[in-house]
Design a protein around this ligand. Structure first.
Ligand code: SAH
Length: 240
């Protein structure tokens, strides 16, 4: 067996990362839990995606969907959503939550690379939110997302920038000072600069159309969408 911190042979996954999310899985839909930040940024990212992709009627893939916070909300906007993740517990929670919410999302335990071989160019929109900073080879995930989207379709990514400010806010601030997240949730070395993500996107045949920052104001305790990409950010791309 691979040690918990190593990727499983042939698979772009870090078991220790999956384990972190497995331990919290039962709290996924608790808006006051460790997942509070995801619940709070969700309307911002959902509106951003919907503004550019007009979700109603679109076939959408949500990569690294976790408990389904974004997947369900895109389905509520009228998209036909498939959510994939390699975290079994998170997917079980996502599947169960459909009974409570009535959301119609198809959840599957499959890697993005395998789905790209199975169903290339099948989706109008692909979203991959807060997941790239948890995988051993994020560029490979970007390539797989690019394969999965139809020509002319859009791929949206979000992740954490890598600089002293993001270390201060996303690691020290969120995990140690404000205690929004458990210690060890994020590993600074895995954070991704927008220029790095943009270059992986371009190498995969995705044109970068724009970016937005999601910033947290510790005084108002609110997130907002703006042009400050120094910590959390979204990148919008289209397949040429
Ligand atoms: N995208 C969701 C969840 C983000 S949390 C949201 O923003 O609301 C990160 C998720 O990535 C977890 O559900 C975790 O299980 C998943 N993940 C981590 N490594 C993965 C991998 N290699 N393949 C698929 N999912 C992965």
């Amino acid at each position: 067996m691979a040690s918990p911190t190593e990727p499983v042979a042939g698979m772009n996954v870090d078991q220790a990362e999956l384990q972190k999310f497995a331990e919290l899985a039962h709290k996924w839909w608790d808006k006051n839990s460790e997942f509070k930040p995801l619940h709070e940024i969700n309307p911002l990212r959902l509106n951003y995606i919907d503004q550019y992709a007009s979700l109603a009627g679109k076939e959408v893939l949500d990569v690294g969907c976790g408990g389904g916070i974004l997947s369900e909300s895109m389905s509520e906007r009228g998209a036909k959503v498939t959510g994939i993740d390699l975290g079994e517990k998170a997917l079980k929670v996502a599947q169960l939550h459909r009974y409570e919410s009535g959301a119609d999302v198809d959840y599957r335990l499959i890697s993005v690379e395998d789905l790209a071989s199975e169903r290339p160019e099948s989706f109008d929109v692909v979203t991959c939110m807060e997941m790239l900073e948890h995988v051993p080879d994020p560029a490979a995930v970007v390539r797989a997302c690019a394969r999965l989207v139809r020509p002319g379709g859009q791929v949206f990514f979000s992740t954490l920038n890598r600089n002293p400010k993001s270390y201060l806010f996303a690691v020290l601030g969120a995990e140690y000072v404000l205690k929004l997240l458990p210690k060890g949730t994020h590993e600074y070395e895995k954070f991704i600069k927008p220029s790095e993500l943009a270059s992986w996107a371009r190498q995969s045949g995705l044109d970068v159309q724009g970016s937005k920052g999601m910033t947290y104001n510790p005084l108002s305790k609110r997130y907002s969408l703006n042009d400050d990409v120094s910590v959390n950010y979204l990148l919008r791309t289209v397949k040429s």
